[in-house]
Design a protein around this ligand. Structure first.
Ligand code: RP5
Length: 162
């Protein structure tokens, strides 16, 4: 079974991340969820990331806000793909989180989704894992077809109302 981790910097991030876990589970991706902070529990973060590959994880999603170094620190401790979710904050709606997550040095990338983009982090995880798991590729294709059908229905409904 495909396996991912979702690490968040604080329990306060959780309400905005529940959708990420729902999408992962809907696609059949096993996900382990942890609170671990790059600043408050740096040893826990390093320990998790150092052993993530041998523990069967294939993608790590890291969500943090403000001085959002969590995804970057994890990326420095593993060669697994790391997806960063910058969390919305009080400063310019999360621009601080976005820049802290995305501006990584060459050689240590973090695939950064939009501010608060937990659902897209899950879809991107499924897409990465679909390279290895064909059933995920099938589910992603079905999901794309459903989205397209929904847009066509919206198009028809708006035109019918004119
Ligand atoms: C970050 O600081 C967390 O990821 C969270 O988004 C932000 C605020 O954390 P709390 O002060 O609410 O615990 O590390």
């Amino acid at each position: 079974m495909p396996k991912a981790a979702l690490i968040m910097g604080s329990k306060s991030d959780w309400p905005a991340l529940e959708g990420c876990v729902k999408v992962l589970r809907a696609f059949g991706v096993e996900v382990e969820v942890h609170v671990a902070s790059a600043h408050r529990t740096p040893e826990k973060v390093a320990e998790f990331a150092d052993h993530a590959r041998e523990n069967g994880f294939e993608v790590i999603i890291a969500a943090a806000g403000k001085a959002a170094h969590l995804a970057g620190v994890i990326a420095g401790h593993t060669t697994l793909p790391v997806i960063g979710i910058p969390m919305k904050s009080s400063l310019m709606d999360g621009l601080d989180s976005l820049l802290s997550t995305v501006q990584m040095p060459t050689g240590i990338p973090v695939a950064t989704v939009a501010v608060g983009g937990g659902d897209n982090a899950a879809y991107l995880t499924a897409q990465i894992l679909s390279i290895k798991y064909p059933e995920l590729a099938d589910r992603l294709a079905q999901h794309r077809a459903q989205m397209a059908a929904s847009i066509e229905a919206d198009d028809a409904a708006i035109n019918a109302s004119l």
